[in-house]
Design a protein around this ligand. Structure first.
Ligand SMILES: [Zn+2]
Length: 424
Protein backbone atom coordinates (compact mmCIF):
# COMPACT_ATOMS: atom_id res chain seq x y z
CA UNK A 1 0.00 0.00 0.00
CA UNK A 2 1.36 3.38 -1.01
CA UNK A 3 1.74 6.11 1.60
CA UNK A 4 1.93 8.84 -1.04
CA UNK A 5 -0.88 11.39 -0.91
CA UNK A 6 -3.71 10.69 -3.33
CA UNK A 7 -2.93 13.61 -5.63
CA UNK A 8 0.66 12.44 -6.12
CA UNK A 9 -0.38 8.88 -6.84
CA UNK A 10 -3.06 10.01 -9.27
CA UNK A 11 -0.62 12.20 -11.20
CA UNK A 12 1.04 8.96 -12.28
CA UNK A 13 -2.20 7.16 -13.11
CA UNK A 14 -2.32 6.00 -16.76
CA UNK A 15 -4.73 3.98 -18.85
CA UNK A 16 -3.68 0.64 -20.37
CA UNK A 17 -3.20 1.48 -24.05
CA UNK A 18 -2.83 -2.17 -25.08
CA UNK A 19 -6.11 -3.09 -23.39
CA UNK A 20 -7.87 -0.13 -25.08
CA UNK A 21 -6.53 -1.27 -28.46
CA UNK A 22 -7.62 -4.87 -27.82
CA UNK A 23 -11.15 -3.72 -26.94
CA UNK A 24 -11.32 -1.71 -30.18
CA UNK A 25 -10.19 -4.74 -32.19
CA UNK A 26 -12.61 -7.09 -30.39
CA UNK A 27 -15.61 -4.83 -31.02
CA UNK A 28 -14.51 -4.29 -34.65
CA UNK A 29 -14.85 -8.02 -35.31
CA UNK A 30 -18.63 -7.67 -35.03
CA UNK A 31 -19.60 -6.60 -38.53
CA UNK A 32 -15.97 -6.61 -39.64
CA UNK A 33 -15.46 -6.29 -43.43
CA UNK A 34 -12.89 -7.88 -45.71
CA UNK A 35 -11.18 -4.54 -46.25
CA UNK A 36 -10.63 -4.12 -42.50
CA UNK A 37 -13.58 -1.83 -41.85
CA UNK A 38 -16.86 -2.33 -40.02
CA UNK A 39 -20.46 -2.47 -41.23
CA UNK A 40 -22.66 -2.36 -38.12
CA UNK A 41 -25.76 -0.34 -38.93
CA UNK A 42 -27.95 1.00 -36.14
CA UNK A 43 -30.48 -1.42 -34.59
CA UNK A 44 -29.47 -4.43 -36.70
CA UNK A 45 -28.62 -7.79 -35.18
CA UNK A 46 -24.92 -6.87 -35.47
CA UNK A 47 -25.63 -3.69 -33.48
CA UNK A 48 -27.28 -5.92 -30.86
CA UNK A 49 -24.16 -8.10 -30.71
CA UNK A 50 -21.96 -5.01 -30.30
CA UNK A 51 -24.25 -3.65 -27.58
CA UNK A 52 -24.31 -7.02 -25.78
CA UNK A 53 -20.50 -7.14 -25.79
CA UNK A 54 -20.33 -3.59 -24.41
CA UNK A 55 -22.87 -4.40 -21.68
CA UNK A 56 -20.93 -7.53 -20.66
CA UNK A 57 -17.77 -5.43 -20.39
CA UNK A 58 -19.29 -2.69 -18.23
CA UNK A 59 -21.06 -5.26 -16.03
CA UNK A 60 -17.70 -6.98 -15.53
CA UNK A 61 -16.38 -3.54 -14.54
CA UNK A 62 -19.05 -3.37 -11.82
CA UNK A 63 -21.34 -0.84 -13.48
CA UNK A 64 -25.09 -0.58 -13.15
CA UNK A 65 -26.65 -0.56 -16.66
CA UNK A 66 -29.80 1.27 -17.75
CA UNK A 67 -31.39 1.52 -21.20
CA UNK A 68 -33.77 4.32 -22.10
CA UNK A 69 -36.74 4.31 -24.47
CA UNK A 70 -34.66 5.29 -27.54
CA UNK A 71 -32.11 2.57 -26.76
CA UNK A 72 -29.36 4.74 -25.30
CA UNK A 73 -27.28 2.67 -22.86
CA UNK A 74 -25.94 4.19 -19.62
CA UNK A 75 -23.34 2.41 -17.49
CA UNK A 76 -22.95 4.01 -14.07
CA UNK A 77 -19.98 3.77 -11.72
CA UNK A 78 -21.13 5.10 -8.36
CA UNK A 79 -19.20 7.84 -6.61
CA UNK A 80 -18.92 8.56 -2.90
CA UNK A 81 -21.70 11.16 -3.11
CA UNK A 82 -24.31 9.89 -5.54
CA UNK A 83 -26.53 12.92 -5.09
CA UNK A 84 -23.99 14.83 -7.18
CA UNK A 85 -24.60 15.15 -10.94
CA UNK A 86 -22.75 12.48 -12.92
CA UNK A 87 -19.62 13.16 -14.93
CA UNK A 88 -20.44 11.49 -18.22
CA UNK A 89 -18.55 10.35 -21.29
CA UNK A 90 -19.60 8.34 -24.33
CA UNK A 91 -20.15 8.19 -28.08
CA UNK A 92 -21.72 5.69 -30.50
CA UNK A 93 -20.98 2.18 -31.80
CA UNK A 94 -23.16 2.18 -34.93
CA UNK A 95 -21.20 2.65 -38.17
CA UNK A 96 -21.66 3.66 -41.80
CA UNK A 97 -22.09 0.77 -44.30
CA UNK A 98 -18.42 1.19 -45.19
CA UNK A 99 -17.33 2.47 -41.80
CA UNK A 100 -14.14 2.07 -39.80
CA UNK A 101 -13.10 0.68 -36.41
CA UNK A 102 -12.65 3.99 -34.62
CA UNK A 103 -15.40 6.51 -35.43
CA UNK A 104 -17.58 6.53 -32.31
CA UNK A 105 -16.23 3.22 -31.01
CA UNK A 106 -13.13 5.00 -29.74
CA UNK A 107 -15.15 7.39 -27.55
CA UNK A 108 -17.11 4.51 -25.99
CA UNK A 109 -14.12 2.26 -25.39
CA UNK A 110 -11.92 5.12 -24.14
CA UNK A 111 -14.64 5.65 -21.52
CA UNK A 112 -14.57 1.94 -20.70
CA UNK A 113 -10.78 2.04 -20.35
CA UNK A 114 -11.09 5.00 -17.93
CA UNK A 115 -13.49 2.97 -15.74
CA UNK A 116 -11.24 -0.11 -15.84
CA UNK A 117 -8.20 2.01 -14.94
CA UNK A 118 -9.98 3.51 -11.93
CA UNK A 119 -11.06 0.03 -10.83
CA UNK A 120 -7.50 -1.31 -11.08
CA UNK A 121 -6.14 1.62 -9.05
CA UNK A 122 -9.03 1.36 -6.56
CA UNK A 123 -9.92 5.03 -7.05
CA UNK A 124 -13.30 6.21 -5.85
CA UNK A 125 -14.58 9.45 -7.33
CA UNK A 126 -16.62 11.96 -5.41
CA UNK A 127 -19.32 12.26 -8.13
CA UNK A 128 -20.64 9.22 -10.01
CA UNK A 129 -19.30 8.49 -13.51
CA UNK A 130 -21.47 7.46 -16.44
CA UNK A 131 -20.58 5.96 -19.80
CA UNK A 132 -23.18 6.40 -22.56
CA UNK A 133 -23.71 4.63 -25.88
CA UNK A 134 -25.98 6.83 -28.03
CA UNK A 135 -28.37 5.18 -30.48
CA UNK A 136 -28.04 5.74 -34.25
CA UNK A 137 -25.48 8.53 -34.43
CA UNK A 138 -24.66 7.85 -38.07
CA UNK A 139 -28.15 8.21 -39.53
CA UNK A 140 -27.34 5.74 -42.29
CA UNK A 141 -30.29 3.37 -41.77
CA UNK A 142 -32.64 5.81 -40.00
CA UNK A 143 -32.72 9.60 -40.14
CA UNK A 144 -32.30 11.94 -38.36
CA UNK A 145 -28.63 11.49 -37.47
CA UNK A 146 -27.57 11.70 -33.82
CA UNK A 147 -30.98 10.27 -32.95
CA UNK A 148 -30.38 9.01 -29.40
CA UNK A 149 -28.53 12.10 -28.20
CA UNK A 150 -31.01 14.32 -30.05
CA UNK A 151 -33.98 12.85 -28.16
CA UNK A 152 -31.99 12.99 -24.91
CA UNK A 153 -31.29 16.70 -25.45
CA UNK A 154 -34.83 17.49 -26.57
CA UNK A 155 -33.86 18.41 -30.14
CA UNK A 156 -36.83 16.32 -31.33
CA UNK A 157 -39.41 14.13 -29.61
CA UNK A 158 -39.17 10.45 -28.69
CA UNK A 159 -42.35 9.74 -30.70
CA UNK A 160 -40.89 11.38 -33.81
CA UNK A 161 -37.72 9.28 -33.52
CA UNK A 162 -39.59 6.01 -32.89
CA UNK A 163 -41.82 6.58 -35.95
CA UNK A 164 -38.92 6.86 -38.43
CA UNK A 165 -38.60 4.01 -40.92
CA UNK A 166 -35.74 2.50 -42.90
CA UNK A 167 -35.99 1.82 -46.65
CA UNK A 168 -37.72 -1.52 -45.98
CA UNK A 169 -40.42 0.20 -43.91
CA UNK A 170 -39.13 -1.05 -40.52
CA UNK A 171 -39.68 1.54 -37.80
CA UNK A 172 -37.18 2.51 -35.11
CA UNK A 173 -39.77 1.33 -32.57
CA UNK A 174 -39.92 -2.18 -34.08
CA UNK A 175 -36.16 -2.40 -34.69
CA UNK A 176 -35.43 -1.49 -31.05
CA UNK A 177 -37.86 -4.16 -29.83
CA UNK A 178 -36.40 -6.75 -32.21
CA UNK A 179 -32.91 -6.37 -30.72
CA UNK A 180 -34.19 -6.09 -27.14
CA UNK A 181 -33.00 -2.53 -26.54
CA UNK A 182 -36.40 -0.85 -26.17
CA UNK A 183 -35.55 0.30 -22.66
CA UNK A 184 -37.88 1.38 -19.91
CA UNK A 185 -36.09 4.54 -18.82
CA UNK A 186 -37.83 7.82 -19.74
CA UNK A 187 -36.17 10.04 -22.28
CA UNK A 188 -35.48 12.89 -22.02
CA UNK A 189 -34.53 11.69 -18.54
CA UNK A 190 -36.40 12.96 -15.54
CA UNK A 191 -33.21 12.90 -13.50
CA UNK A 192 -33.20 15.68 -10.94
CA UNK A 193 -29.41 15.47 -10.55
CA UNK A 194 -28.69 15.99 -14.25
CA UNK A 195 -25.33 15.67 -15.94
CA UNK A 196 -22.56 17.71 -14.38
CA UNK A 197 -20.18 17.40 -17.31
CA UNK A 198 -20.00 15.51 -20.61
CA UNK A 199 -16.74 14.65 -22.39
CA UNK A 200 -16.48 12.83 -25.73
CA UNK A 201 -13.24 11.51 -27.21
CA UNK A 202 -13.32 11.03 -30.98
CA UNK A 203 -10.99 10.63 -33.93
CA UNK A 204 -10.74 13.97 -35.72
CA UNK A 205 -12.19 12.73 -39.06
CA UNK A 206 -10.21 15.51 -40.75
CA UNK A 207 -6.58 16.29 -41.61
CA UNK A 208 -5.74 19.25 -39.31
CA UNK A 209 -4.03 17.49 -36.37
CA UNK A 210 -1.97 15.18 -38.54
CA UNK A 211 -0.81 18.08 -40.73
CA UNK A 212 0.23 20.01 -37.62
CA UNK A 213 1.93 16.93 -36.12
CA UNK A 214 -0.21 17.38 -32.99
CA UNK A 215 -1.64 14.62 -30.79
CA UNK A 216 -4.52 16.30 -28.94
CA UNK A 217 -7.22 18.47 -30.47
CA UNK A 218 -8.77 20.69 -27.81
CA UNK A 219 -12.22 21.12 -29.35
CA UNK A 220 -13.57 24.59 -28.59
CA UNK A 221 -16.95 24.02 -30.25
CA UNK A 222 -18.80 22.87 -33.33
CA UNK A 223 -19.41 24.84 -36.49
CA UNK A 224 -22.87 26.24 -37.13
CA UNK A 225 -24.44 25.17 -40.41
CA UNK A 226 -26.83 26.63 -42.98
CA UNK A 227 -27.97 24.35 -45.80
CA UNK A 228 -29.71 25.69 -48.89
CA UNK A 229 -31.60 24.45 -51.93
CA UNK A 230 -30.90 26.69 -54.91
CA UNK A 231 -32.79 26.71 -58.23
CA UNK A 232 -31.50 28.65 -61.26
CA UNK A 233 -33.91 29.03 -64.17
CA UNK A 234 -32.89 30.12 -67.67
CA UNK A 235 -34.11 29.01 -71.09
CA UNK A 236 -33.29 25.73 -72.88
CA UNK A 237 -32.25 26.35 -76.48
CA UNK A 238 -30.39 24.62 -79.30
CA UNK A 239 -26.60 24.69 -78.78
CA UNK A 240 -25.96 25.45 -82.49
CA UNK A 241 -28.30 28.21 -83.67
CA UNK A 242 -28.29 30.27 -80.44
CA UNK A 243 -25.51 32.91 -80.44
CA UNK A 244 -23.61 33.41 -77.18
CA UNK A 245 -24.96 36.89 -76.28
CA UNK A 246 -28.57 35.70 -76.59
CA UNK A 247 -28.34 32.76 -74.20
CA UNK A 248 -29.82 32.42 -70.73
CA UNK A 249 -27.68 29.53 -69.58
CA UNK A 250 -28.59 28.31 -66.08
CA UNK A 251 -25.44 26.18 -65.74
CA UNK A 252 -23.18 29.11 -66.58
CA UNK A 253 -24.85 31.13 -63.81
CA UNK A 254 -24.53 28.12 -61.48
CA UNK A 255 -20.79 28.05 -62.22
CA UNK A 256 -20.51 31.65 -61.02
CA UNK A 257 -22.31 30.65 -57.84
CA UNK A 258 -20.14 27.56 -57.18
CA UNK A 259 -17.05 29.75 -57.40
CA UNK A 260 -18.67 32.37 -55.15
CA UNK A 261 -19.48 29.77 -52.44
CA UNK A 262 -15.81 28.79 -52.37
CA UNK A 263 -14.69 32.43 -52.19
CA UNK A 264 -17.18 33.23 -49.40
CA UNK A 265 -15.71 30.47 -47.22
CA UNK A 266 -12.13 31.51 -48.05
CA UNK A 267 -12.97 35.08 -47.00
CA UNK A 268 -13.64 33.76 -43.48
CA UNK A 269 -10.64 31.41 -43.15
CA UNK A 270 -9.60 29.25 -41.42
CA UNK A 271 -12.81 27.91 -39.82
CA UNK A 272 -15.49 28.71 -42.41
CA UNK A 273 -16.56 26.11 -45.00
CA UNK A 274 -18.55 26.40 -48.22
CA UNK A 275 -19.57 23.43 -50.37
CA UNK A 276 -21.73 22.71 -53.39
CA UNK A 277 -22.06 18.93 -53.12
CA UNK A 278 -25.00 18.11 -55.38
CA UNK A 279 -26.22 19.45 -58.71
CA UNK A 280 -28.98 18.48 -61.12
CA UNK A 281 -28.84 19.91 -64.66
CA UNK A 282 -31.93 20.03 -66.89
CA UNK A 283 -32.31 18.68 -69.51
CA UNK A 284 -28.69 17.46 -69.23
CA UNK A 285 -28.28 16.94 -72.96
CA UNK A 286 -25.11 17.47 -75.01
CA UNK A 287 -26.56 19.97 -77.48
CA UNK A 288 -29.09 21.83 -75.34
CA UNK A 289 -28.25 25.01 -73.40
CA UNK A 290 -29.19 24.14 -69.78
CA UNK A 291 -32.50 25.73 -68.85
CA UNK A 292 -32.57 24.80 -65.16
CA UNK A 293 -30.09 23.84 -62.46
CA UNK A 294 -30.92 22.68 -58.95
CA UNK A 295 -28.03 22.58 -56.48
CA UNK A 296 -27.26 22.47 -52.76
CA UNK A 297 -25.10 24.88 -50.77
CA UNK A 298 -23.64 24.01 -47.35
CA UNK A 299 -22.15 26.93 -45.36
CA UNK A 300 -20.46 26.45 -41.97
CA UNK A 301 -18.83 28.82 -39.48
CA UNK A 302 -17.79 28.89 -35.83
CA UNK A 303 -19.97 31.86 -34.81
CA UNK A 304 -23.34 33.20 -35.81
CA UNK A 305 -22.09 36.64 -36.91
CA UNK A 306 -19.83 35.00 -39.49
CA UNK A 307 -22.58 32.62 -40.60
CA UNK A 308 -24.97 35.56 -41.05
CA UNK A 309 -22.38 37.46 -43.09
CA UNK A 310 -21.84 34.37 -45.27
CA UNK A 311 -25.60 34.07 -45.78
CA UNK A 312 -25.77 37.70 -46.95
CA UNK A 313 -22.79 37.15 -49.27
CA UNK A 314 -24.43 34.04 -50.76
CA UNK A 315 -27.64 35.94 -51.51
CA UNK A 316 -25.67 38.82 -53.05
CA UNK A 317 -23.72 36.35 -55.20
CA UNK A 318 -26.98 34.73 -56.30
CA UNK A 319 -28.34 38.12 -57.38
CA UNK A 320 -25.13 38.90 -59.24
CA UNK A 321 -25.17 35.52 -61.00
CA UNK A 322 -28.81 36.06 -61.98
CA UNK A 323 -28.11 39.49 -63.41
CA UNK A 324 -24.99 38.42 -65.30
CA UNK A 325 -26.64 35.34 -66.77
CA UNK A 326 -30.12 36.66 -67.49
CA UNK A 327 -31.60 33.91 -65.30
CA UNK A 328 -33.61 33.81 -62.10
CA UNK A 329 -32.10 32.37 -58.92
CA UNK A 330 -34.10 31.14 -55.92
CA UNK A 331 -32.23 30.53 -52.66
CA UNK A 332 -34.07 28.67 -49.92
CA UNK A 333 -32.52 27.82 -46.56
CA UNK A 334 -33.63 24.31 -45.54
CA UNK A 335 -31.50 23.48 -42.46
CA UNK A 336 -30.00 25.58 -39.69
CA UNK A 337 -27.80 24.32 -36.86
CA UNK A 338 -26.59 27.05 -34.50
CA UNK A 339 -22.86 27.18 -33.80
CA UNK A 340 -22.28 25.30 -30.54
CA UNK A 341 -19.44 26.59 -28.39
CA UNK A 342 -18.32 24.10 -25.71
CA UNK A 343 -18.08 24.90 -21.98
CA UNK A 344 -14.92 26.98 -21.38
CA UNK A 345 -14.18 25.28 -18.05
CA UNK A 346 -14.29 21.80 -19.57
CA UNK A 347 -12.32 22.88 -22.63
CA UNK A 348 -9.70 24.16 -20.21
CA UNK A 349 -9.74 20.82 -18.36
CA UNK A 350 -8.90 19.07 -21.66
CA UNK A 351 -6.13 21.58 -22.37
CA UNK A 352 -4.64 21.12 -18.88
CA UNK A 353 -4.88 17.34 -19.19
CA UNK A 354 -2.77 17.47 -22.35
CA UNK A 355 -0.31 19.91 -20.78
CA UNK A 356 0.14 17.81 -17.62
CA UNK A 357 0.91 14.79 -19.81
CA UNK A 358 3.36 16.84 -21.97
CA UNK A 359 1.32 16.10 -25.08
CA UNK A 360 1.25 18.46 -28.06
CA UNK A 361 -2.16 20.12 -28.30
CA UNK A 362 -3.97 22.75 -30.32
CA UNK A 363 -7.42 24.32 -30.44
CA UNK A 364 -9.67 22.92 -33.17
CA UNK A 365 -13.33 23.25 -34.09
CA UNK A 366 -15.54 20.33 -35.05
CA UNK A 367 -16.78 20.61 -38.60
CA UNK A 368 -18.92 17.49 -38.28
CA UNK A 369 -21.89 16.72 -36.08
CA UNK A 370 -21.35 14.64 -32.93
CA UNK A 371 -23.50 13.44 -30.04
CA UNK A 372 -21.57 15.99 -27.95
CA UNK A 373 -23.09 18.82 -29.98
CA UNK A 374 -26.56 17.86 -28.74
CA UNK A 375 -25.33 17.11 -25.22
CA UNK A 376 -23.93 20.65 -25.09
CA UNK A 377 -27.54 21.90 -25.09
CA UNK A 378 -28.26 20.24 -21.73
CA UNK A 379 -24.90 19.88 -19.96
CA UNK A 380 -21.46 21.50 -19.87
CA UNK A 381 -19.62 19.67 -22.69
CA UNK A 382 -16.19 19.34 -24.30
CA UNK A 383 -14.54 17.02 -26.82
CA UNK A 384 -11.07 15.54 -27.26
CA UNK A 385 -9.86 14.83 -30.81
CA UNK A 386 -6.97 12.57 -31.78
CA UNK A 387 -5.52 12.31 -35.31
CA UNK A 388 -6.69 9.74 -37.82
CA UNK A 389 -4.54 8.60 -40.73
CA UNK A 390 -4.72 10.99 -43.70
CA UNK A 391 -7.81 12.53 -42.09
CA UNK A 392 -9.92 9.73 -43.58
CA UNK A 393 -13.12 8.51 -41.89
CA UNK A 394 -16.45 6.97 -42.92
CA UNK A 395 -14.24 4.60 -44.88
CA UNK A 396 -13.10 1.04 -44.28
CA UNK A 397 -9.46 2.13 -44.35
CA UNK A 398 -10.02 4.56 -41.44
CA UNK A 399 -7.01 4.18 -39.16
CA UNK A 400 -5.48 5.70 -36.03
CA UNK A 401 -2.25 5.16 -34.09
CA UNK A 402 -2.43 3.17 -30.83
CA UNK A 403 -0.21 5.70 -29.04
CA UNK A 404 -2.49 8.58 -30.11
CA UNK A 405 -5.60 6.72 -28.97
CA UNK A 406 -3.91 5.98 -25.64
CA UNK A 407 -2.88 9.64 -25.26
CA UNK A 408 -6.43 10.88 -25.87
CA UNK A 409 -7.74 8.35 -23.35
CA UNK A 410 -5.26 9.58 -20.72
CA UNK A 411 -6.48 13.14 -21.32
CA UNK A 412 -10.07 11.91 -20.91
CA UNK A 413 -9.13 10.20 -17.63
CA UNK A 414 -7.61 13.38 -16.22
CA UNK A 415 -10.40 15.64 -17.41
CA UNK A 416 -13.08 13.37 -15.91
CA UNK A 417 -11.23 13.05 -12.60
CA UNK A 418 -10.80 16.83 -12.42
CA UNK A 419 -14.58 17.27 -12.73
CA UNK A 420 -15.67 14.33 -10.57
CA UNK A 421 -13.22 14.85 -7.73
CA UNK A 422 -11.36 12.12 -5.84
CA UNK A 423 -12.84 10.52 -2.72
CA UNK A 424 -9.96 8.08 -2.28
ZN1 LIG B 1 -18.75 9.46 -34.78
Amino acid sequence: MSLAPASETLADLRVDGARLWQSLMDLARIGGTEKGGVCRLALTDLDRQGRDLFVSWVEDAGCEVRVDAIGNIFARRPGRNNALPAVMTGSHIDTQPTGGKFDGNYGVLAGLEVLRTLNDADVQTEAPLELAVWTNEEGSRFVPVMMGSGVYAGAFTLAHALDQQDREGVSVRDALAAIGYDGKEAVPPARPDGVGAYFEAHIEQGPVLEAADTVIGVVTGALGQRWYDVVLTGVEAHAGPTPMPLRRDALLAASDLVRAVNDIALAHAPDARGTVGWMDVFPNSRNVIPGRVRMTVDLRAADDATLTAMDAALRAAADAAAQAGGVTVQVEQVVYFAPQPFAPGLVQAVREGARDLSLSAMNVVSGAGHDAVYLARVAPTAMIFVPCKDGISHNEIEDARPDHLEAGCNVLLRAMLAQAGIAR
